[in-house]
Ligand binder design. Structure first.
Ligand code: ZN
Length: 347
């Protein structure tokens, strides 16, 4: 992702065009998932859940998001190496995500098709979605990209700018939070539907070309009704990007507020109620070209971006060789994950 710096750039993003060569799409698997602990599924009284009375009026359901578990999912991705499209590490990550979602969700839908990068490479993009309660009409779409940028071109050392980015924060962190949510939901099924979408080829972009980013999400957005049915219409979406760094600050992002102000309000209110107001600040963030823009403009699903913005930039390690596990703080994963747990179980 990158900052969209000018109003003109913002307008271009809204007018993203459709490329017909991206229409080839296949459903490669619709698989079952295993609900391992049926008894726990129907219980709100397992060791990880509780209900509390709030003002004697509404019951708030609490399901614990385990930060150490999310951190383990993040580390597992980093242990593969940089997940750059076309590499063995990337293939391993596809298999890993597919395996976890197959374990923990009701249905897994995958989509694979060629996409063309700004520098003329043809990649096979693989998008992977795990679905919980696929029949439910009230649904939240959670998404994160899992691919890593091929070049650490923001590194302060020119000698390292052609090296790949490890992507502990950008974006193993988003995948890790969503996988932990999938795990806890397999034990404590929510009432609503949840679609967890891991998208490919977000970060092989050119800073001067807004449409060159989010290629996997463009593919999904153009074909999602063919994949999921003409009546598929999630209530809203939440993108997670760079949600694991030490000292993270999540400010309302420009496009999120333009397209889905009510969802921004809901998430930020939920974070404050859950005790994570220090992470979710109210001061305005910048405009970011990211997967959520495509979800809004092409898929027509209102979608926000929870993204770490600091001043007029991202976290220090953004698109450098310093985006490693050393930059990660499990407390940040917890703040985002627990906020989303509270939202999911009380929506
Ligand atoms: Zn990036």
């Amino acid at each position: 992702m990158q900052f969209a710096r000018t109003p003109a750039a913002r307008a271009r993003v809204r007018a993203i065009s459709v490329s017909p060569h991206m229409n080839k799409m296949t459903i490669t698997s619709i698989a079952l998932a295993t609900v391992l602990t049926l008894a726990a599924c129907n219980s709100q009284h397992s060791s990880t859940t509780s209900q509390t009375q709030d003002s004697g009026q509404t019951a708030s359901r609490h399901v614990e998001f385990v930060a150490d578990s999310a951190f383990a999912f993040l580390k597992a991705q980093c242990d593969m190496g940089p997940r750059v499209p076309g590499t063995a590490a990337h293939s391993a990550c596809v298999a890993y995500i597919t395996d976890k979602l197959t374990q923990w969700t009701d249905t897994v839908v995958t989509q694979s098709a060629p996409v063309t990068t700004f520098d003329g490479q043809t990649l096979t993009a693989h998008n992977i979605m795990g679905r919980i309660n696929p029949q439910a009409t009230t649904r939240i779409l959670l998404l994160a990209h899992y691919d890593c940028r091929p070049w650490a071109d923001k590194d302060e050392d020119p000698a390292k700018q052609r090296q790949p980015v490890m992507g502990a924060n950008d974006a193993a962190s988003g995948v890790a939070v969503i996988l932990e949510l999938a795990r806890i939901m397999s034990n404590n099924k929510p009432d609503i539907g949840i679609d967890m979408l891991m998208v490919d080829a977000e970060d092989w972009g050119d800073y001067d070309n807004e449409d060159s980013w989010a290629l996997g999400t463009q593919l999904w957005a153009r074909n999602h009704k063919q994949l999921l049915g003409q009546d598929y219409a999630p209530t809203f979406g939440i993108l997670l990007d760079m949600v694991g760094a030490r000292g993270a600050r999540f400010a309302p992002e420009y496009f999120s507020t333009q397209y889905a102000a009510g969802i921004v309000q809901l998430v930020w209110d939920t974070a404050h109620e859950a005790g994570y107001g220090a992470f979710f600040t109210q001061d305005g963030g910048g405009a970011v070209t990211d997967d959520h823009v495509v979800i809004n403009t092409i898929a027509a699903v209102p979608c926000i971006d929870i993204i770490d913005m600091r001043g007029d930039g991202f976290f220090d390690g953004w698109h450098t060789t310093h985006d490693t596990i050393d930059a990660i703080d499990p407390a940040t994963l917890k703040a985002v994950g627990q906020t989303l747990s509270q939202l999911i179980y009380n929506y």
